[in-house]
Design a protein around this ligand. Structure first.
Ligand SMILES: [Zn+2]
Ligand SMILES: [Zn+2]
Length: 157
């Protein structure tokens, strides 16, 4: 193979490896999740519109309060209630910065709990992409009724 053809073939291979947009944003959400401060579960969320990132969030304590990783979780009925969830924090960050998220999409590493689902629905976000299914069947059912798409990006391996 000539040098030119070798180079073309390398470039082609690299282009094949280029990730699609959904994978790109979910990969970023997974990176955001690594900032979580609750040892129970690390969740990351990225709010996107027109392929632009508007806001990010991960689950962590109330502002200026100690982290679960330092003082332990506050457990109620088997769930840590000390943290603000990733999706809520992403919406809050947009509000703090005066960023409109109406009509956007959210990429979240785990499907939203019922409370976060309600926040997402009323924020005007239309599509929820999730990396793994997490406990709440009610969100799935209500999403259909209120016209929000819940889309699984679960890895099938
Ligand atoms: Zn916790
Ligand atoms: Zn939640």
């Amino acid at each position: 193979m000539s040098l030119k053809n070798t180079i073309i073939s390398i470039l082609r291979n690299n282009m094949d490896k280029r990730v699609d947009w959904d994978t790109y944003f979910m990969n970023i959400a997974r990176e955001v999740a690594t900032r979580s401060t609750c040892p129970r579960k690390s969740v990351g969320a990225v709010i996107v519109r027109d392929r632009r990132i508007l806001s990010t969030g991960y689950n962590g304590s109330i502002r200026n309060m100690p982290h679960c990783t330092d003082v332990g979780c506050d457990m109620v009925d088997g769930h840590c209630v000390a943290t603000v969830h990733a999706e809520a924090n992403a919406i809050i960050q947009a509000a703090r910065n005066g960023v409109c998220i109406d009509g956007g999409d959210i990429y979240v590493t785990a499907s939203p709990c019922w409370n976060c689902f309600k926040l997402i629905a009323n924020s005007g976000i239309k599509r929820i992409f999730y990396g793994e299914f997490y406990r709440d069947e009610k969100s799935l059912k209500v999403a259909k009724e209120c016209g929000i798409e819940l889309i699984s990006l679960e890895k099938k391996d």
